[in-house]
Design a protein around this ligand. Structure first.
Ligand code: IMP
Ligand code: MG
Length: 189
């Protein structure tokens, strides 16, 4: 019997926690005395959102939107749709978008335009992972976690074809033939 494959760990849960803590401190400092509306982009930002808000030292409100761009492919289709829209009013609010990863920038670029039309009093973007090499539209990231290489990653909320969101580390999952093997998610570095 062949030994289970160990996928490569790009970032450990400890490294991620440290960076999420740093981002929470920066956001808490900048929004002192305010109560921003944090808008998570579903589904993949839900883990980051859950960890981040519990480290904040300011009051916040949260909401989620569902945008679709990927289907089950690993490269962006370039077409963004709002699948489920906002419930909280945005007008006059300090809005902070919480995104897991910015790749081409199309998803977040589209959402920034969508929100600007609804006249928030301020609008910023927080992204935990940034893959700048595939950027198709320029996207200013106000709170940026890790800059990562152009590799397909899963875990910490990010999926491949709806799988692997629950994994606590961030893994490189480029080769789909890996699915035919048993994987050992303790991984390797
Ligand atoms: P963008 O529109 O190309 O910037 O893509 C953003 C969305 O694509 C993110 O919200 C992710 O859900 C997804 N995405 C981009 N890169 C990856 C990846 O490496 N793994 C999993 N999902 C990804
Ligand atoms: Mg996402």
């Amino acid at each position: 019997m062949t030994a289970p494959l160990k996928p490569e760990i790009l970032l450990t849960k400890e490294e991620i926690k440290k960076e999420v803590t740093r981002l929470a401190q920066e956001i808490s400092r900048d929004y002192q005395g305010k109560c921003p509306l944090l808008l998570g982009i579903l589904k993949s930002s839900f883990v980051f959102m859950a960890d981040l808000i519990r480290l904040l030292e300011i009051p916040v409100e949260i909401d989620f939107v569902s945008l679709s761009s990927y289907g089950s492919a690993r490269v962006t289709s370039g077409e963004i749709k709002v699948v489920q829209g906002l419930r909280a009013p945005v007008k006059g609010r300090d809005v902070l978008i919480i995104e897991d990863i910015v790749d081409s920038g199309l998803t977040v670029g589209y959402f920034l335009d969508y929100l600007r039309k609804r006249k928030p009093s301020s609008l910023r973007l927080c992204a935990l992972f940034d893959k700048p090499s595939q950027r198709r539209i320029s996207t200013p990231i106000d709170y940026r976690g890790f800059t990562i290489p152009d590799r397909f990653v899963v875990g910490y909320g990010l999926d491949y074809d709806e799988r692997f969101r629950q994994l606590p580390n961030l893994y490189v999952m480029e080769d789909c033939s890996e699915y035919s093997h048993t994987l050992d998610w303790r991984g390797k570095r």
